[in-house]
Design a protein around this ligand. Structure first.
Ligand code: NDP
Length: 243
């Protein structure tokens, strides 16, 4: 809904990923002045359409719309983003669920790189519902000892310096500097900040890469995994229908 330039880019990337994989996709673009009722009608339409196995509402919505209500109207079994309360509740309890794409992508990266998680000290900077919180829960389920930091954390660097696995999901360019990182740490940069027309992460990549054993770049790191996991959540949802 509306014409947020970042959203246009993200939606375009999702359409391209579907096309590449042979997944049918349909984008419903609605004007800025869309009413809550009109939005809810579109969600209900997609919920009822047997040709649609996964759907999402691209955030952010214009301020006059109720985002939380929109997310709750998506059928949990079609919740491609994994933001529905039913799915976040199941995630918390360790039950099978559609998991938020960015944290799911981070776990996939850690596992496919053969990084041991059990017993490690993991520090997640950021506690949003879409990244920080589900990230921390997934790391905890993988038996890491997890610390969650946020804007009210006292002496952030004292926490980040203890991290074997450090996840930055803050939204502040190059905020995590080399002196905040332990030698040999695995550093995952979720941040996506636009500075002078270019994307950069929350981590000072050039300096931190000298200390880290693994580090993800921005762009070209977590962002690609987010889209890959959106596709995975959708295929998982379709497989549940087809058996
Ligand atoms: P939010 O703004 O919702 O959350 C940011 C978090 O960072 C908050 O918990 C906030 O703390 C914390 N924070 C802010 N300032 C500080 C500080 N000085 N010290 C410690 N913590 C701080 O952002 P999101 O979680 O939605 O996104 C985070 C970043 O990840 C953004 O750059 C976003 O663009 C990017 N992103 C990237 C994706 C990808 O696919 N690569 C997907 C989703 C997001 P508090 O709670 O106290 O306010």
């Amino acid at each position: 809904v509306g014409d947020d330039p970042a959203s246009q880019l993200y939606v375009g990337n999702k359409e391209k990923a579907c096309n590449r994989l042979g997944v049918f996709s349909k984008t419903v673009r609605m004007p800025e002045n869309t009413t809550q009722k009109e939005l809810e009608k579109e969600i209900a339409r997609a919920n009822a359409d047997p040709a649609i196995h996964g759907l999402l509402v691209q955030m952010p919505l214009p301020k006059h719309l109720d985002s939380a209500r929109a997310l709750e109207l998506i059928l949990p079994e079609k919740d491609a983003d994994g933001f529905h309360n039913v799915n976040t509740g199941k995630l918390l309890r360790g039950e099978p669920a559609a998991v938020a794409c960015t944290p799911r992508g981070v776990m996939y990266m850690l596992k496919s790189a053969g990084i041991e998680i059990a017993g490690k000290d993991a520090v997640v900077v950021g506690r949003s519902n879409i990244v920080g919180k589900p990230m921390a829960i997934l790391l905890m389920h993988a038996n890491a000892t997890v610390t969650i930091c946020h804007s009210r954390t006292k002496d952030l660097a004292a926490h980040t310096r203890r991290a074997d696995i450090l996840v930055a999901a803050i939204g502040k360019p190059k905020f995590i500097t080399a002196d905040m990182v332990k030698d040999g740490a695995v550093v995952i940069d979720v941040g996506m900040n636009r500075v002078d027309g270019k994307f950069c992460g929350d981590v000072d990549f050039e300096n931190v890469k000298e200390k880290a054993s693994y580090i993800t770049p921005v762009p070209g790191g977590v962002g690609r995994m987010t889209i890959a996991m959106l596709m995975t959540n959708t295929v998982d949802a379709a497989e549940k229908v087809f058996g």
